[in-house]
Every structure is written in C-alpha cells, then in structure tokens.
Design a protein around this ligand. Sequence first.
Ligand code: SF4
Length: 315
Amino acid sequence: MTLPFPIEEKYFHYSRYLHDRFQTRVYRVSVDGGFTCPTRDGSKSVGGCLYCSNDSFAPTRTEILPSISDQVKNGMEMIQHFHKAKKFLCYFQPFTNTYAPVDKLEKLYREALALPDVIGLCIGTRPDCVSEEILQLLENLNRDSYISVEFGIESVYDKTLAWTKRGHTFDVTRRAIQSAKDHGLHVSGHLILGFPTETPEEMLATVDVLNTLDIDALKIHHLHVVKTTPLAKIYAEQPFRVFSENEWITLVCDFLERLRPDISIQRLCGEARTGTLVAPVWNLSKSEIIEGILAELTRRGTHQGFLFNQIEPEK
Ligand code: SF4
C-alpha cells in the first residue's frame, strides 16, 4: 500500500488529509448545540459514562447558549486573529450531537453550513444515536459539503463498555460505522486506552480490531481520571495504574506501527483543562508528548503502518 503521507512525517496527520482534500489549511471551530446524552437524561441511565466530564475539555455550558451562527463567527474570529485561516469546519463537539429530532438537527446543521467559509461539519456522537433517518439527512448534506461523523468507540471490549456504563456494545459501534460509510460519510473514531478492565496486551490488540473497521480517521486518548466523575470516586477508593508519559509514548508508537496507514490521525493523547485532572498528571505538554512519539518512531526507524500485515521484527 502506498503511504498517503511523506514518510518523514511518521504518521498520517488529519491536517494533511484536509489540506490534500481542500488545497488549503482548514480549521475546526467547536460549537455547543445544546444536546445531552441518553446516559444522562435517563433514557438509558443518568450520571453519564463513568469517566466523562465535558467540563474537562469544553467550556462550561452557560444557561442560554449563543446561536450556532454566533458561536461559529466568534470561533472563526479568534482563529483568524492567530492564523491566516480561510476555510472552516464546524465541530459539534460536546455531548451527543445527533441526539434530537431530525428536523431540529437539520436546522442546526444548515445554520452552520450557511455561514461563509464553513465548508463542512464534524459531528461527535454515540454509535447508538444515528438512525437511518439521521444518516439520510447527513448524506443529503454531504452532497454539497464535507460531513464527518465522529463516533465514540472508546473501547472494542464489551466488558469495558459495560464497566464504563456506555449503554451499548461494540457490535452496535461496528454496525453504526458501517452504516455511516454506506451513506458516503467521512467516519472518525474516538478511542480511549488505559481502562483498568484491559491488560496492556488487550489495549495493543485493539489496533487489530480497528484495522477491520471502515474508519477514515482516529483520535487516541489516554484515560483521564477527571474530578467530579464517578471514575474519580473509584480511583480515590481503589487507585489503579495510569500511564506515565514514557509508557504512553511507547504504547502509541507500538499502536501506530500496527495501524492501517490510510487512517488519518486526529489526536494522539488526551488534554484536560487546568485544574480538572486527578490522574495522570504529566509534566510534559501535549506538544512535548507528540515530539516524544516522533522521536521514538525515528529511533525505531518505523512509521504508521510499518507493521500492518507484517510479522513484528526484533527491536
Ligand atoms: S462520554 Fe459521551 S456519551 Fe458518555 S456521557 Fe460523556 S458526552 Fe455523553
């Protein structure tokens, strides 16, 4: 397979994918559509998934949300202040952004797409919240815009999905991804590694399962124990092992070497807002972790996909 990225870049950056596709730099503007989740509103459970605190990565929700147009315009202004940005994707990020009646979704999505320089949408959601009707709406929007659906895969193991109170199995994830692809959408997955329900071998074996999924892009996140979550309570009562910086860098390199090279990478570690994290608290910044991953792949002389469909050589 020909690599879709220059080998010196070591992995397939999503920014490269966007640049190759749109011939310019494309930036994402996060917006809050005012959604909730079936694990919060009581339809499946209350309290959310075990580890989840949207406050750790998104601004705390105010009582009255600004309109989608205002949120996008403010976000674009901020980005344009620092970069010469010309094209934008509107990223419906917090909570479950397909969890509403289809007419409400269409109104919100079209409001964003009507703004000048917005060329598409990224929509974060759960695999159990994409009906055929919603996928048909997204397929229609995808005719004139770029529509990417980001599924919370989180784990490929049912034991972990049950422990984290996700409210669905991995089979639901697999089927949702395939349905979205059948509707012609760009599909991305969000994965968390580090759950105490999985052995290191199982975490690494996750990549073999991912390689069988029809995903276009991937976010890999190390497990965060965030204040005020049910996971923080479990951790306080019975601390479990979390990744050190070096352990994470090693695991990500092992993972990337095995990952299909055509899957673009949107994220290689988690990030939490200051003051929200219980563990692991690292001394290295996100960019230093990325530098560490690149340095380790360089030391090994490998890259994303190096071991895909190969027998691992001795290191
Ligand atoms: S992890 Fe996702 S689905 Fe679960 S409660 Fe948080 S936002 Fe909702």
